[in-house]
Design a protein around this ligand. Sequence first.
Ligand SMILES: [Ca+2]
Length: 434
Amino acid sequence: MATSPEAQAAVPRAVVEGLVVEVPPTGPVVEVPPTGPVVTDVPGWEGPDGEGPDGEAPVEQEARSRVAAVATAITARDRRPGSRVLGVSGTRRPYPPHLWRYVDRVPPTARPVVLDVDTGVDDACALLLAATHPALQLRAVTCVGGNAPVDDVVRNTLTVLEAAGRSDVPVARGAERPLLEHPTDARHVHGEDGMGDLGWPAPTLRPEPRHAVELLRDTCMAAADAGEQVTLVPTAPLTNIALLLRTYPATARGIAEIVFMGGAAQSGNATASAEFNVFHDPEAAAIALDAAADLAIPVTMYGLDVFYDPVVAAAEADELVAVGGRGAAELAGRLIQFQCERFGRDAATIGDAGAVCAVLDPGGLTTQVLPIRVELAGRWSRGRTIVDRRDWSGDLSHDPHGEPPVRVRVALGVAHERYSALWRDTILSAGATR
Ligand SMILES: [Ca+2]
């Protein structure tokens, strides 16, 4: 059975602050696992004894304060070349010796996610976060035509996963065109190759033979059979998702929720009315939302009302690029640099990556559950998500259209600095992994 985002947020989770910290080769060793005792060989510093139940507030608070104290002590020391780093929740990643970061709120069990993408500069940003955050298990990535033709999307997606060192994640090619609309693309935003024309080496990874819809089905059903549920994060036209939910409705029992980038309560970008992903395939968006409502899958819409707000400054992009090694950090920095240059700004949005942040940190969104319809007709408004924000029951009960069957949790505000930091710090901690 699907669990609502509200119900999930209410589940107490054992949360201890994870720490990524520089450790000189012969210096102290600090490990902060997501649960249980904090282990350290820093003289005079004893971790919590772990006797409290997981998630018990005093243990968490003590861990946080001790971690903060150790971090302060260590960062005050001389930092030497060749120092090594212990990562978060047992992961050990190379890390640039001049940097250290906290990674906040690492839950004890990584949450399974699947991204459906049209990579895409900002899809790449989303993939880098999903591929490197220790609180997520990226189970699969499915591709759809959108920002670029689907074959370019597949190549770009494999490029990103290879840079992030995630050759283990299956990637599948999906719908090459919308259900009804003629395909278009957004190369004027994303570059000729769809991903910033960075001149990055072609990937050695290959997609798997299954169609994206089959990979989605198999991943969701495998999760359901294991008593788990996957969070679907579409950051692209919803063609694959519409096909999945109508063709294989039984997959709903393996889907916890859908957090999609698309739509807008206010204005559009592809047209004055419509956001690109929904405009690209309005029928798919309408079908996906209707099917999700039919199947009681909770849906969060991370749309244009919040999309542009989390930004990363050009100077921060330079810091990411400086990590080098053609890994996740360098690629992330170059994607931000590309956008800054293309739009002549000194900062750029993390775009679709905000939808992944919304999975990691749902409290960073201000949302309202609202009725929604996708406009499939209007000459100037086709592809618009019509979000009903009226609050007077008199208007609602006299509306000749009746009540929309679909209600969606609509993101209306975002703690943008929190999301920017989550993205930047996670990818910095992944460093030059490749
Ligand atoms: Ca996208």
